[in-house]
Design a protein. Sequence first.
Length: 135
Amino acid sequence: MAADIWLYLTPLWILLGLLLILGIFALLGRVAGGKYMRPIAQTLLKVPFLGRGMKKASEAALERQNPELASAIKKLERSGATKDPQRAQAAMSRLTAAERRAYLDAAGEQTNEMSGQMNRQMRRQLERARKRGQR
């Protein structure tokens, strides 16, 4: 009789488990700008079914947010620009002016984010160089 109750509550436990996982993902996405969520998302992208779904969702969100950038990225991916610099140069020449501007703006923002994440040694070297320049 007691086993029957656990059997009936199984869908509830599964739902609670999924809700807990969703809550953890939401929390990790908010902490430090999603810094701790990125490795998990990259691992999930390797799973075929999840990877395709996440890629489609990402592309759809990008199309809503910045259609020119989405179009530029699709053209660059189609031409294989991520693998060969010569193909990238040829693909850049086929982009419209608005697409090229959107792509270069996004690439510039990404490099600015990367430069903001310097490690301690790089920050100290930069501070020393500034001090030398002031003398």
